[in-house]
Design a protein around this ligand. Structure first.
Ligand code: Q46
Ligand code: ZN
Ligand code: ZN
Length: 310
């Protein structure tokens, strides 16, 4: 297989685009494509301040690397979850994130959930009885709350996450299977800012996971290879496997599923659903928007743990 640009030996073969590239041209192509998607989906402009949520994994570190190479003002945010039981997942991902930032002279903000709220994520989940199988629902709630709080408090214009196309199609597939309209309507490369909520963007949403791995390896980015131990056996991993089988037989199937969904949405597929959005109110304690009366679910979770609402 030869590079389409220079004819040298190809390092990466992207069947979905009928495109093979050598290392040098692949490493040029990725930021160029990212810049194209940032413009296409109106994610942010050249003068906006970006906060990149980094987990120490290949996607978020590669995203930060790409934004840095493109010349954006992008700082990092690492959230220490305290998941260090079976493997030192949080410790190791924190170490690699710090190393990445130092090597490039980038600014990294670190929040430790245990130091801030008194407990690690697994303990918060256990205490609130929300983590019978895995602590993911509490973890997601806390991460969303902290990312939004810090982006707003520190004056960032936009919060960027490293979701790739495989992540997006797995979510889309799950929501389509159950026709979860309220979730489908919100799935997008960009979620505009609204009262109390930072703008959220996913600049890697059009890249396959395997190409993100190739990017991280070819750039020499040291990232945590292990997945979070609680992701083992999750539905999203099962959906990713199913979608990869489909992709194997039909190169481009994952891209089509996602881009046609975005087109259908743009053409008004969920127009009615968009009108039904519940009114949001600021939480009386933390000020973040919530659909119910009273405290938001993050503040209620923290109260439950501290015994305030027992
Ligand atoms: S939600 Fe669940 Fe992830 Fe949190 S506990 Fe691990 S797998 S890190 S994306
Ligand atoms: Zn080449
Ligand atoms: Zn609150």
């Amino acid at each position: 297989m030869k590079c389409k640009t220079c004819g040298q030996k190809a390092a990466v073969n992207m069947k979905q685009h009928s495109l093979a590239l050598c290392k040098e041209h692949f490493l040029e192509w990725m930021p160029a494509q990212t810049a194209r998607f940032i413009k296409k989906y109106w994610m942010f402009g050249p003068d906006e301040k970006i906060l990149v949520a980094v987990s120490g994994g290949k996607d978020s570190l590669s995203l930060w690397d790409i934004l840095w190479r493109l010349g954006y003002q992008a700082d990092g945010l690492y959230i220490g979850l305290g998941i260090d039981e079976e493997i030192r997942y949080s410790d190791e991902s924190h170490r690699l994130t710090e190393k990445f930032a130092q090597e490039r002279g980038l600014k990294l903000h670190v929040v430790d959930i245990q130091k801030t709220y008194g407990h690690t994520i697994p303990v918060l989940a256990e205490k609130t009885h929300r983590g019978q199988e895995r602590p993911c629902s509490v973890c997601g709630l806390v991460k969303r709350h902290e990312m939004n709080r810090l982006a707003r408090d520190m004056g960032y214009d936009v919060l960027a996450t490293g979701h790739n196309l495989d992540d997006e199609v797995a979510v889309l597939f799950g929501n389509t299977l159950s026709w979860a309209g309220e979730f489908l309507v919100r799935q997008s490369p960009v979620l505009a800012e609204s009262d109390g909520l930072a703008r959220k963007v996913k600049p890697l949403c059009r890249f396959y996971e395997k190409d993100m791995t190739a990017y991280a390896l070819l750039r020499g980015i040291e990232y945590i290879y292990e997945e979070c131990p609680f992701s083992v056996g999750s539905t999203s991993i099962y959906y990713k496997e199913l979608l990869n089988k489909l992709e194997n037989d039909n190169p481009g199937a994952k891209t089509h599923f996602y881009t046609r969904f975005l087109e259908a949405k743009k053409n008004g597929l969920f127009a009615e659903k968009e009108m039904e959005r519940p009114a949001l109110h600021p939480c009386p304690r933390c000020g973040q928007p919530t659909s119910g009366e009273g405290l938001c679910s993050f503040c209620r979770t923290i109260d439950k743990v501290s015994g305030a609402s027992e």
